[in-house]
Design a protein. Structure first.
Length: 263
């Protein structure tokens, strides 16, 4: 009995892996067809033949909403080197797909990607910019930094505070995060419209091992916020001993009394 149960378990796992493999392959083909459709370049014949059931050439892009609303979804591509496109091209595909999901689900918010070129390249823009813009993604470039690492990319996320003149709410999402629905309700329900808002204007996610998650958060940018952030960083550099210009703060919470307090 135990042996039979074990075999059924193995067969079950094998079936799940097979299904996941087919789904992954279908998603990859969908992405390729979507990128070709947006760029209006002809699809290779083998791909067209294998995707006849989908018929991407017959898909109609929904009209762009021209009514301006002060909300935006922001993504970040940090350390892009056109000589190494495989390091960032997957994120571009995901941003384009996210833009279409938001559009098809009725979102009227802008989708913006901030791009920072690698310190190791002399190029100023990525060659895929036109594809992003054709998909309706707004492209903004950030200044290069001296050192490309995880910590400099994390601080780049707070460049969204610079756009307080354009947006009253900005939802930042990591470039490998894919929305499955319209998230405009977070913007709208943080305003209240005459009643107590459901969401706070600034929303962060906290977990047991980190006070705030850097891959998904909403901010209400105001004038002077980014400058205040820089002042806090300068204060920590001048006050604390464990800051590294290469690795950042590098501090790990090790338990009581070394803990963080919830905001």
């Amino acid at each position: 009995m135990a042996k039979a149960t074990h075999l059924r378990h193995r067969c079950s796992i094998s079936s799940i892996k097979t299904v996941i493999g087919f789904l992954a392959a279908a998603c990859i083909l969908q992405i390729i067809n979507l990128i070709h459709m947006i760029s209006r370049s002809p699809l290779p014949a083998p791909l067209i033949g294998s995707m006849n059931m989908i018929k991407p050439q017959n898909l109609q892009m929904p009209p762009v909403q021209h009514r301006r609303i002060p909300f935006a979804y922001f993504f970040l591509l940090a350390g892009c080197d056109p000589d190494k496109p495989t390091q960032y091209i997957g994120y571009i595909y995901n941003i384009i797909i996210s833009r279409q999901i938001f559009r098809y689900s009725g979102s009227r918010a802008d989708v913006v990607v901030m791009i920072r070129m690698s310190s190791e390249t002399d190029e100023e823009i990525i060659p895929e910019q036109q594809i992003l813009e054709k998909a309706g993604v707004i492209v903004k470039y950030l200044p290069k930094v001296h050192t490309d690492n995880f910590f400099s990319a994390m601080l780049d996320k707070f460049q969204i505070l610079r756009y307080y003149k354009e947006y009253i709410r900005i939802l930042f999402m990591d470039s490998d995060a894919t929305p499955i629905c319209n998230l405009d309700y977070m913007f709208i329900n943080s305003l209240g419209k005459g009643k107590k808002p459901i969401f706070a204007p600034n929303v962060i996610l906290s977990y047991k091992r980190e006070p705030s998650q850097g891959g998904f958060f909403m901010l209400s940018p105001e004038k002077g916020d980014h400058e205040r952030l820089q002042e806090i960083i300068d204060h920590r550099i001048n006050t604390y001993y464990n800051f590294s210009e290469e690795y950042g703060w590098g501090h790990k919470f090790r338990g009581y009394p070394d803990v963080w307090n919830s905001m």
